[in-house]
Design a protein around this ligand. Structure first.
Ligand code: NAD
Length: 434
């Protein structure tokens, strides 16, 4: 089938590359001409495991191309995926200006039937606004449908998730749209849930908010374990053995970050309240999450007393492992907080340092280091802020040798304290028994 993917960021690029991989002819469209030029040369722009190979293979076999022109996408494709950003506004609601701008432009070029599919995460009823926009700006001439096909891929394993999904949700207004989307996904062997468009829009926000809730819940339990000398890892194991609860997302730490959970929880609160629903549960989820950085700084203060002029190594800057995405990264919030406290920072991340350099204010109090061992040199404390597996494998003897004081604050409970304490490390985890 002929497909246009509008917005080729983290979601759009994976969508375009994977749909081409399974045999469709795909045009990826982005307003950023530099990005389009790089993608057209086979440079994925972002780090996402597996995407570079798919990009290069499908550019070479001619099934994938890129353009800045929405007109070109509308002319060549029956199905148009909307993958532009929906960032948060100051009040927490979703900023839908990119969605609106793209809808307006599509409307100008509509000549025959097209199916517009929301893949961006949007508030319920956005499809109704898109339909109205398409009607208004095409002067009522156009033949189209608007569907919702929310994206559930995880950055860091997005290609694998896209090609082998747990489920595909298809929010469709009629049989014509359903037929097209089922044809598109015919090769995907997973449950496909057909529903109406509003329900599909709610499924995405409800899913992300529920996962965020699990994270905040286990973080709350971790705080309780610290106060009562319990062990959160064992509590999580004990809870997770209950099939109704499950093990996933019961890992305490610095809290959730990224470009999705924080904004989606806030947007869902805004949507619910706008519809007259009390969203107190999700306000609590957000509040717990906002407190995580403060609790980690408190741990550092307990260990170091005064933070002014102390050197802190932060291992991991990306919001999660296996990505270079630093949007909403707890590690960067921590770095900014520690700089305000007067600390000196030595930072390491295997993928995210180039992006972090653009975001953190240039300062002679921040050093970017080539390895975790190098970042630890002269540190009064090492903080693990992102659970990249390589931080488990560091040369601990070298780290011990070179730190100023051997304090490890494991913000992701990545390491085994029983292996580190014999080396002389003071280990501070999250919700672990002292
Ligand atoms: N990042 C994820 O893993 C993930 C997962 C599920 C859902 N989502 C949702 O998908 C959407 C996109 O997220 P993302 O992380 O890919 O964002 P992103 O910022 O990486 O990508 C958005 C892209 O849209 C392009 N764009 C913006 N306005 C445009 C316009 N008018 N015309 C053409 N291109 C335009 C931008 O240049 C950018 O490349 C968001 O709604 C997000 O919540 C993201």
């Amino acid at each position: 089938m002929d497909v246009a993917v509008i917005g080729t960021g983290y979601v759009g690029l994976v969508t375009a590359a994977c749909l081409a991989e399974v045999g469709h002819r795909v045009i990826g469209i982005d307003g950023d001409a530099d990005k389009v030029a790089r993608l057209s040369q086979g440079d994925p722009v972002i780090y996402e495991p597996g995407v570079e190979e798919l990009l290069q293979r499908n550019l070479a076999n001619g099934r994938l191309r890129f353009s800045v022109s929405i007109a070109e996408g509308v002319a060549s494709s029956t199905i148009l995926f909307l993958c532009v950003g929906t960032p948060p506004r100051l009040d927490g609601s979703a900023d839908l200006s990119q969605v609106e701008a793209v809808s307006r432009e599509i409307a100008h070029h509509l000549e025959s039937y097209r199916l517009l599919v929301e893949k961006s995460t949007v508030p319920v009823r956005t499809a109704t606004w898109i339909e109205r926009t398409l009607r208004l700006y095409s002067r009522g001439q156009a033949d189209f449908d608007v569907a919702s096909n929310p994206e559930f891929t995880r950055e860091g394993s997005a290609v694998e998730d896209f090609l082998h999904p747990d489920r595909i949700v298809l929010g469709v207004p009629n049989r014509r749209a359903a037929g097209l989307l089922h044809e598109l996904y015919a090769g995907f062997d997973c449950p496909k849930l057909d529903t109406d468009v509003s329900t599909a829009e709610i499924i995405k926000h409800a899913s992300n908010s529920f996962l965020a809730l699990k994270i905040s819940y286990i973080n709350l339990i971790a705080d309780l374990c610290e106060a009562a000398n319990g062990d959160v890892a064992t509590v999580a194991a004990g809870m997770g053995l209950d099939a109704r609860i499950g093990r996933a997302f019961l890992h305490p730490g610095l809290g959730y970050g990224g470009s999705c959970f924080p904004k989606d929880v806030l947007a869902f609160i805004d949507i619910g309240e706008g519809l007259g629903v009390d969203m107190a549960i999700l306000k609590g989820v957000d509040q717990v999450n906002r407190g995580r950085i403060g609790r980690l700084v408190d741990k550092l203060r307990q260990a170091l007393w005064v933070l002014q002029d102390k050197t802190v190594a932060i291992w991991g800057l990306a919001f999660k492992p296996h990505t270079d995405d630093i949007r909403g990264a707890p590690a960067l919030a921590l770095a900014e907080r520690l700089l305000k406290e007067g600390a000196v920072l030595r930072l390491h991340d295997p993928r995210a340092m180039p992006r972090a350099r653009h975001v953190l204010l240039p300062s002679d109090r921040v050093a970017y280091c080539d390895s975790p061992e190098q970042a630890a040199i002269g540190a009064h404390a090492v903080v693990i802020a992102t659970e990249w597996p390589l931080y488990r494998e560091v040369d601990w003897a070298a780290v011990r040798e070179n730190v100023a004081t051997p304090i490890l604050v494991d913000g992701r409970n990545l390491c085994d304290p029983s292996a580190l304490e014999p080396l002389g490390f003071e280990y501070l985890g999250i919700g672990r028994r002292a």
